[in-house]
Design a protein around this ligand. Structure first.
Ligand code: ZN
Length: 224
């Protein structure tokens, strides 16, 4: 049952693009092939006695692929909101913060958006999140990226490091906090997500599938 819904998802994506954005016959054909392949594989291991041993493998493989595809499509979607102070709402809670720019700890009013809890530095007005909320922030803004792995890779640094080339987005591993001007942060996340998309589209097999399902058409600037 769930299989049927998710297998039709490929066609749904391609068809939506075909209808709403631009003609995408090749994408629909590819989606039908993909859906038939997934369905055939699933039924094959479900109903063929000799193959039932592979059922779990195929089941988890397909599930993993579906989740990955969903995350990737979300990454390509431009429906995500651009981060700014106004998308966050102030709660009644307080939150402990560390500002990498001012090198100080402080208690801020808590601001929330989606699963992200943040504070603002009372001296420089930098947006500040701890490592856990940095993961949430990346999950929201760069869905294609493995956020946990990205933040884990920052470990081992002793002092402030800049996450961006312009040295505006600061992260302090010892303290476990990131701080930046929220508009700079937003620009950096948008630009990075764009780079993530280009990287995905240029991958050999994955890139071929994504391009031809029509995802290249839903990007604001198809610069590849
Ligand atoms: Zn500050």
């Amino acid at each position: 049952m769930l299989g049927h819904i998710s297998f039709s998802g490929y066609i749904g994506i391609a068809f939506y693009i075909h209808k709403k954005i631009r003609k995408n016959y090749a994408g629909i054909l590819l989606a039908i092939c993909l859906a038939s392949l997934a369905h055939g594989l699933y039924d094959g291991v479900l109903f063929q006695k000799e193959l039932t041993a592979y059922f779990k493998l195929v089941f988890w493989g397909l599930l993993f692929f579906q989740v990955w595809l969903l995350k990737t499509v979300l990454g390509f979607s431009d429906f995500r909101r651009t981060l700014s102070k106004s998308v966050f709402h102030e709660t009644d809670e307080k939150i402990f913060c560390y500002c990498c720019r001012c090198n100080k700890t402080f208690i801020s009013n808590e601001y929330r958006f989606w699963k992200i809890k943040a504070g603002f530095c009372d001296s420089c007005n930098n947006f500040t999140v701890d490592a856990g909320n940095l993961i949430n922030l990346i999950k929201y803004s760069r869905p294609v990226l493995n956020a946990k792995r990205y933040v884990k890779r920052l470990s081992g640094t002793m002092k402030n490091i800049a996450l961006d080339k312009a040295d505006k987005i600061l992260f302090n591993y010892n303290r476990g906090f990131m701080s930046a001007d929220i508009n700079d942060l937003s620009d950096w996340l948008n630009e990075s997500n764009k780079q993530d998309k280009i990287r995905m589209l240029n991958k050999p097999v994955v890139g071929f599938l994504l391009r031809n399902l029509g995802l290249k058409y839903i990007m604001k600037k198809p610069d590849c």
